[in-house]
Design a binder for this molecule. Sequence first.
Ligand code: NAP
Ligand code: GDP
Length: 329
Amino acid sequence: MSIVLVTGGSGLVGKAIQWVIENEPVGSRFGRKDREEWIFIGSKDGDLRDFDSTKRIFEKYRPTHVIHLAALVGGLFSNMKYKATFLRDNLLINDNVIELSHQYKVEKLVSCLSTCVFPDQVKYPLSESSVHLGPPHHSNFGYAHGKRLVDVQNHAYYEQYGDKFTSVIPTNIFGPWDNYDLEDSHVIPGLLHKCLLAKRNDTPFVISGTGKPLRQFIYSRDLAKLMVWALHEYDEIEPIILSPAEDEEVSIKDVSDAIVQAIGFQGDYRFDTSKADGQFRKPASNAKLLEKLGDFEFTPFASALQESADWFVQNYATARTGKVSSPQV
Ligand code: NAP
Ligand code: GDP
């Protein structure tokens, strides 16, 4: 019997993995295996920044496999404001989970990085071999360095102990159960919330920055399937990028137009160019993924966005729309 522990199980990606585990046929390439128990935990189950509290979780569940998602996560603007907190919280969480996975003889650990970890000045498209080739963009260097060290630790634990600890690198993610905070969130959930309020209050819909930057998005339920696949079939220590094709970049202006349509907003909208644009683009290659996996049918951006907007509107009362995931500083 295998026991798969998912840290960060109450967040955007964790809820998507739970959805996939409940909806994919048992034994399919993207579903759970027979004789496999899945456990999803959030911060209420223990603060992973604290070693003893993390140890209690490992002692309680004794996982054979771990998908490690838990992190202090925010979009561009919270990364710019809380660099030290993003660095330290993520260093502590990752170190505790990695060290305890070693102590409890976890057979496989899959941690989650982000395309923010890549160097700012580097050849595009991003590929797995360029993670450490230069400093990350200054807007999120705290978060980025915290995450990069997961890859360093994975290699160190493999070389010293033979541990099978690896990582995946998703591009920007969106979907149901996102963090819809108006300031400390990513662009899609933040703008969905702003657009819904503009519609309800008959006020303008204001988008931060120029709308020109490009991002490559992955739907959380597609990512969840790929992470379950990675747990079962991906066998390298090196990270693997999980993303749609590199030519599927979308401008923030196009994202805003799609949100206007998905929410059914008919008022004015404008760009607040006094706000930061962040990195202009960071397209990532999924060549390694397709080589290992074969083909994969990604959900088209427009339908994934519509499903996400519908979920948000239907679950507005209970969705994370407040300050709950802001760092405590
Ligand atoms: P999220 O929705 O903000 O969820 C974060 C999860 O981590 C929640 O389950 C949260 O628990 C848990 N958590 C945070 N601090 C914790 C702590 N100190 N102790 C225990 N649990 C803690 O984040 P997400 O978007 O799903 O992100 C999942 C992973 O994907 C992260 O590693 C992130 O870096 C990575 N990623 C995200 C994106 C993106 O666009 N969202 C892009 C690339 C990579 P509570 O719910 O109880 O607070
Ligand atoms: P990241 O920059 O890739 O880490 O991720 P974000 O999801 O924070 O995307 C940032 C891009 O969206 C930047 O170009 C922002 O200027 C733009 N943007 C526009 N409106 C918003 C918003 O309400 N929230 C966020 N986070 N970004 C926004």
